[in-house]
Design a protein around this ligand. Structure first.
Ligand code: NDP
Length: 294
């Protein structure tokens, strides 16, 4: 019986995850297919219930369901529990386990960004969605002492900070309103800048004006395949990294959870590159451009 793995999102029109996971199954001769399930929030519970069937190895979960899906799983791993977000589901008999492999993917991306330097302790994070939760939790676990979160809707950033209040009890984690002057003054005190908003995904926009980036910042954009922010940061002399490592390694961790096998990283990377060459830009399965959402 061909096993099934599904990506549940809304929409899930263009999936880089699909390309890399199917390539990995095929390469290792695993009889499994990776399907895209576009499910509106109303249909999420029913879709998740279906995963209890024997033919399913599990699922990926993406925008906008990562937080909503948590109570639909029977058990959560420490990362899923701590972030309040699930991006991967596995099956233990009829029970569903919620995982968050974005945390592991982010760790690889952060290590690459920092390189041989000492791990910094101060960061500015833009965004308060599912991706930002993995980022903030990863930074707390890494020993960061001050993290300032900016988000278009301040209440969402405040909600996230509150959610992490216990894990962050020993350090300074705070939400601030999105004003360029405040961001600029916080960037002057920070070593790491992480864009976890979707600003720039499939567009030439940048969340920040180039002038406020200084050479001693390390800049990570979760968006895969380059962005205006990263181009500006490179010009300013910053160390930079895109979302490629995070995407690859969260996918590799999910693959291993479903199959028990080590992920063929080279094959998955090649599939990502090929999908990207075909114009797929999203790490998460949402449309490549706002227009194609219509
Ligand atoms: P969510 O939908 O959960 O969050 C989106 C975030 O972007 C929110 O903070 C939202 O702000 C902000 N945002 C969106 N549009 C705008 C805008 N026009 N102006 C200002 N802020 C905006 O998405 P995710 O957190 O899952 O994903 C965010 C980004 O990170 C995406 O680009 C995604 O592809 C990428 N990502 C990459 C991963 C990787 O493996 N490389 C893993 C996870 C995410 P608000 O709350 O105010 O709406």
């Amino acid at each position: 019986m061909t096993k099934r793995v599904v990506l549940i999102g809304h929409p899930v029109a263009h999936s880089l995850s699909g390309a890399m996971q199917q390539a990995a199954f095929d390469h290792l001769g695993i009889d499994a297919s990776y399907e895209l399930w576009d499910r509106a929030p109303m249909a999420l519970a029913e879709a998740v219930a279906e995963l209890r069937g024997d033919e399913f190895l599990g699922a990926n979960v993406t925008i906008p369901h990562k937080e909503r899906v948590v109570p639909l799983t029977d058990r959560q791993t420490e990362e899923a529990h701590a972030t309040g977000a699930v991006n991967t589901i596995t099956r233990e008999g009829k029970k569903l386990v919620g995982h968050n492999t974005d945390v592991a993917g982010f760790k690889v991306a952060l290590d690459k960004l920092v390189g041989r330097q000492k791990m910094p302790r101060t960061a500015v994070v833009l965004g308060a969605g599912g991706g930002a939760r993995a980022v903030v939790y990863g930074l707390i676990r890494e020993g960061f002492q001050r993290i300032v979160v900016f988000n278009r809707h301040l209440h969402r950033a405040e909600g996230m900070v509150k959610y992490f209040s216990r894990s962050a009890a020993h350090m300074d984690l705070r939400a601030m309103p999105w004003h360029e002057s405040i961001i600029e003054s916080e960037l002057a005190k920070a070593k790491v800048l992480i864009n976890a908003t979707s600003i720039g995904l499939g567009t030439g926009e940048s969340p920040l004006p180039a002038e406020i980036l200084s050479a001693d910042l390390m800049v990570l954009d979760l968006i895969y395949g380059g962005s205006s922010l990263l181009r500006d940061a490179e010009k300013a002399g910053c160390a930079t990294s895109d979302g490629g490592e995070m995407l690859l390694h969260q996918g590799a961790a999910s693959f291993t959870l479903w199959t028990g096998q080590e992920a063929p990283l080279d094959v998955m990377q090649a599939a990502l590159d090929a999908a990207r060459a075909r114009g797929v830009v999203s790490a998460e399965g949402e449309p490549a451009t706002p227009e194609s959402a219509a």
